[in-house]
Ligand binder design. Structure first.
Ligand SMILES: CC(C)(COP(=O)(O)OP(=O)(O)OC[C@H]1O[C@@H](n2cnc3c(N)ncnc32)[C@H](O)[C@@H]1OP(=O)(O)O)[C@@H](O)C(=O)NCCC(=O)NCCS
Length: 137
């Protein structure tokens, strides 16, 4: 298994993995242009796990100068429970630490019980004091 930087040459295969994975919420912000822009603004924080040429897992990570954000941590079903998600997460967190970011947030869809179980199993703290608001400006 190789962990490589997420670059746009992987976009099509990554997008099809995301589309096939329950729990990964996709929107217009996952279009090719939008992901290219995200990666350009946040170099060295997003990764792909490759088994041969097959995409086994992904993580998108960025920050706004104050807080880090993780999106689309996703491992293909037949590669699960081998520590791939934990490795991807640690690579991104390491990048955030290097950038001086002291806290990272992530969003889990309410119906995503598997994702919820993963994050609660790790040392992430669930925020019950927050509600997310969104607007299309
Ligand atoms: C959640 C997901 C990324 C985990 O990937 P993975 O590569 O199988 O996870 P890992 O093997 O790195 O597991 C790391 C640890 O979490 C635990 N874990 C993994 N999946 C778990 C689950 N569904 N429930 C509880 N614990 C889980 C493992 O047992 C392991 O614990 P350990 O370090 O004590 O051995 C994967 O199941 C997935 O892609 N799910 C669908 C997409 C998703 O929900 N992503 C999260 C978006 S918020």
């Amino acid at each position: 298994m190789r962990i490589v930087p997420f670059d746009m040459s992987h976009y099509e295969t990554v997008y099809s993995l995301w589309s096939e994975t329950p729990g990964i919420g996709l929107s217009t912000s996952d279009g090719k242009e939008e992901i290219a822009s995200f990666l350009k603004r946040n170099p060295g924080l997003s990764f792909i796990a490759l088994s041969g040429e097959e995409t086994a897992g992904t993580i998108l990570c960025g920050h706004d100068g104050r807080r880090g954000y993780i999106y689309h941590l996703c491992v293909s079903p037949h590669f699960r429970h081998q520590g791939i998600a934990a490795t991807l997460m640690e690579k991104s967190l390491e990048g955030l630490r290097r950038s001086g970011i002291k806290k990272c947030h992530l969003f889990v869809l309410k119906e995503n019980r598997e994702g919820y179980a993963f994050w609660t199993h790790s040392s992430w703290q669930e925020r019950t004091d927050l509600t997310v608001f969104s607007l299309e400006p």
